[in-house]
Design a protein around this ligand. Structure first.
Ligand code: ACO
Length: 291
């Protein structure tokens, strides 16, 4: 249980509150002075829980701080409290989620750029209350609020405990290997799938925000898919039939991304490709960013 020098009850009008970049509980009502007071207290709560989460995961610095949350418009922290605990109530857990634009491998090894992928960024329940169902309560509240399903969430460097949690409560076991720190589960790319028993039946994050793309990963590992979306992006008005779309799939290497020839110097290629496109192509944008 995490207790504070101040009474947390006025901040927790309900057991689980949501906090975004304004650092105020979603249930907050008050004047300017109360608002200032509430943000100061929320800052202390978020920083404390963020630090405890980092310590419990063996991280050298917290993933979650109030300062970071203030800078991010697309992140939400869910906080769970017990108003009956101790003198001033106690905060029991934290779950930070957000959306990320990610380059990801799908189940067949193709690279996809997923815009606004739902992401689990930090999750912590106080040691004294773990394994009593509070994590599930917090996580399920988040899924309902965000209208996400568990199988459509990417998970940033999950701990063994979180892997076990997702397996137990949401039946998530089969991982799609990635080149980054995010873990995806089978079902992430499936269209129209309703999840694994988490019951809300909403599908978000894919395929709307999903682009199969000519990404740095593809350059390194091989397969390139020129799908419908890339046609749209080029302003093409042509209607593509399923057959035509199939023909657009180009396997650079017959044996998949592992068999692909590695460029001699990918950095030089990016820079030169960018220069030759005269400032308009993606390559040039990449090169500009690198500079
Ligand atoms: N060892 C193994 N599995 C565990 C452990 C543990 N010590 N604690 C929880 N779990 C898993 C198990 O599957 C457990 O079921 P079981 O008891 O039948 O084995 C299940 O979670 C329990 O579910 P809840 O009680 O609903 O979850 P809990 O309240 O324990 O919260 C959480 C889960 C948040 C992962 C918690 O254990 C925790 O805070 N762990 C430490 C911090 C951490 O590892 N956070 C995830 C970091 S990665 C990230 O945030 C993206």
């Amino acid at each position: 249980m995490v207790e504070f020098r101040f009474d947390i009850k006025p901040l927790f009008a309900q057991p689980i509150i949501k906090v975004t970049s304004n650092l105020l509980p979603n249930t907050f009502r008050g004047d300017r002075r109360q608002c200032l007071d509430a943000t100061t207290k929320m800052t202390e709560i978020i920083d404390k829980l963020g630090q405890l989460s980092a310590t419990s995961q063996g991280l050298s610095k917290p993933v979650t701080t109030a300062q970071r949350l203030r800078m991010c418009d697309n992140q939400t922290i869910y906080l769970l409290a017990d108003n009956e605990a101790g003198h001033n109530g106690a905060v029991l857990g934290l779950l930070k989620v957000g959306t990320k634009n990610l380059y990801l491998f799908d189940g067949t090894g193709k690279t996809r750029m997923v815009e606004q992928a739902p992401s689990i960024l930090d999750f912590y329940v106080h040691e004294s209350r773990q394994r009593s169902g509070l994590g599930k309560r917090l996580f399920q509240t988040m899924l309902n609020e965000e209208q996400w399903t568990a199988s459509k969430c990417s998970v940033d460097r999950p701990s063994e405990k979180l892997l076990s949690f997702l397996s137990k409560h949401y039946g998530l076991k089969r991982i799609i290997p990635q080149a980054n720190n995010f873990v995806l589960y089978e079902g992430f790319f499936n269209d129209g799938e309703s999840g694994n028993g988490d019951g809300n039946g909403h599908d978000h994050g894919t395929p709307n925000g999903l682009h199969i793309t000519n990404s740095p990963n593809t350059h390194l590992f091989g397969a390139t898919y020129l799908g419908e979306d890339s046609n749209q992006r080029r302003g093409s008005q042509q209607q593509t039939t399923p057959n035509a779309r199939l023909q657009q799939i180009t396997q650079i290497s017959p044996s998949g991304r592992y068999g692909a020839k590695r460029p001699t110097c990918s950095m030089a290629e990016i820079i030169h490709a960018g220069n030759s496109k005269g400032g308009k192509g993606n390559g040039n944008a990449e090169a500009n960013r690198i500079k």
